[in-house]
Design a protein around this ligand. Structure first.
Ligand SMILES: [Mg+2]
Length: 382
């Protein structure tokens, strides 16, 4: 079997799919994208495919991964690691279809029958937090995640800390003691500011605090982890085992590798294994589309130290498309009591509606995250 063609599709709301075709007629799909840099990643996908994949045997996944990540003198970073990630997902999809098995079966077989998942709630105001959590509980979820704050001074004021606490209090009241909420800081604070903000959240017992500091300060995250009893999470902006190692050494409790950013199933599997050596759980980041979620689930079902899965249904960034729009059989993402059930289809286990994908290709407005400024006019982290 040989790879004959690699195509990419830019799709609303902000996604990029890749499709690898073989001379055996088998087709694999993946989702290589950096939110806000889809066109850049698309170029990288075609460069890598032309250089290393077209004409090659798709079943040599590890050898392809080695060449795609190390075959160029300059390597790593979000763009290249995300391009590799989507191609890696598509190669695993082909392998599963060729061997007649779900990817998690090829990774050693299932270690669980259902995977807990959480939904996003935005909710800038405590009242909105309550309403949105109530809606997610109504939909059957037992866990949610929300932003800890809006634009933040690097050292939060007492008034800002009170707002952070009020949101958390509203979340805890709505969920009761049996539900879980996580709080995402998006690196909006300085290290010292994060220590202050985590402190006010302790009484409300969030499941974890995410990205208390920016990824470039991961070597300092230990100041946060050692200041609190709350579990600290990070990893959506770390792209390899090398990148996550300082976080593990500095005491994070949860790693959040993104299957579409951190080298795909191949590297995220190894990141999970490395995390096990630090008694750290993984909660794969996934605010993306159906292929990223399908790849995440394949890892979840084969990984002992999996904690919970992010998923993007109804995510506030979505405009013009939703998770199921490009899927022929949405039943594959069946939710039951806050969990996703184990997919049984071969490969990634999701059947793509190719007509819908080809129809939507190129219709995406290019998505970029907002650029924020402080009241004094200087740049503020989003
Ligand atoms: Mg996050």
């Amino acid at each position: 079997m040989k790879i004959t063609r690699v195509e990419t599709f830019a799709l609303p709301p902000r996604w990029l799919f890749c499709r690898i075709e073989t001379d055996d007629g088998l087709v694999g799909w993946g989702e290589p994208v950096v939110e806000g840099r889809a066109d850049t990643v698309r170029t990288a996908v075609h460069e890598l495919a032309g250089q290393f994949l077209v004409g090659a045997d798709p079943l040599r996944i590890e050898d392809h991964w080695q060449l795609m990540t190390k075959g160029s003198f300059y390597r790593g970073g979000p763009v290249l690691s995300s391009a590799v990630a989507g191609l890696d997902q598509a190669l695993w999809d082909i392998a599963g279809k060729a061997y007649g098995a779900p990817v998690h079966q090829l990774l050693g077989g299932p270690v669980r029958e259902r995977a807990r998942a959480y939904s996003w709630v935005g909710g800038d105001e405590p009242a909105a937090v309550r309403d949105q959590i109530a809606a997610q509980m109504e939909a059957g979820f037992t866990a949610v995640k929300m932003n800890g704050s809006g634009r933040m001074d690097r050292l939060p004021s007492t008034a800002e800390l009170n707002e952070i606490a009020a949101r958390a209090e509203a979340a805890r009241e709505q969920l009761g003691p049996g539900g879980d909420f996580a709080v995402d800081f998006h690196g909006r604070f300085s290290v010292a500011g994060a220590v202050k903000a985590v402190g006010v959240l302790e009484p409300y017992g969030p499941m974890f605090i995410e990205e208390p500091v920016l990824p470039e300060y991961t070597h300092l995250i230990g100041r946060v982890t050692s200041s609190t009893t709350l579990p600290v999470a990070t990893g959506e902006r770390l792209f390899s085992r090398t990148d996550v190692l300082p976080a593990l050494q500095e005491g994070v409790a949860v790693l959040q590798p993104d299957l579409s950013h951190a080298g795909g199933i191949s590297e995220c599997r190894r990141i999970a294994s490395l995390a096990e050596m630090y008694d750290v759980a993984i909660a794969p980041h996934c605010p993306l589309g159906p292929l990223a979620l399908a790849a995440s689930l394949q890892l979840a079902f084969a990984t002992p130290n999996f904690l919970i899965q992010e998923q993007s249904i109804g995510l506030h960034y979505h405009a013009g498309a939703e998770l199921f729009d490009y899927v022929a059989d949405p039943e594959v993402f069946r939710f039951h009591e806050g969990h996703l059930l184990r997919p049984t289809g071969n490969g990634l286990g999701v059947e793509i509606d190719e007509k819908a994908v080809r129809r939507a290709d190129g219709s995406a407005e290019s998505w970029h995250n907002p650029v924020w400024r402080h009241p004094d006019g200087s740049f503020a982290e989003w």
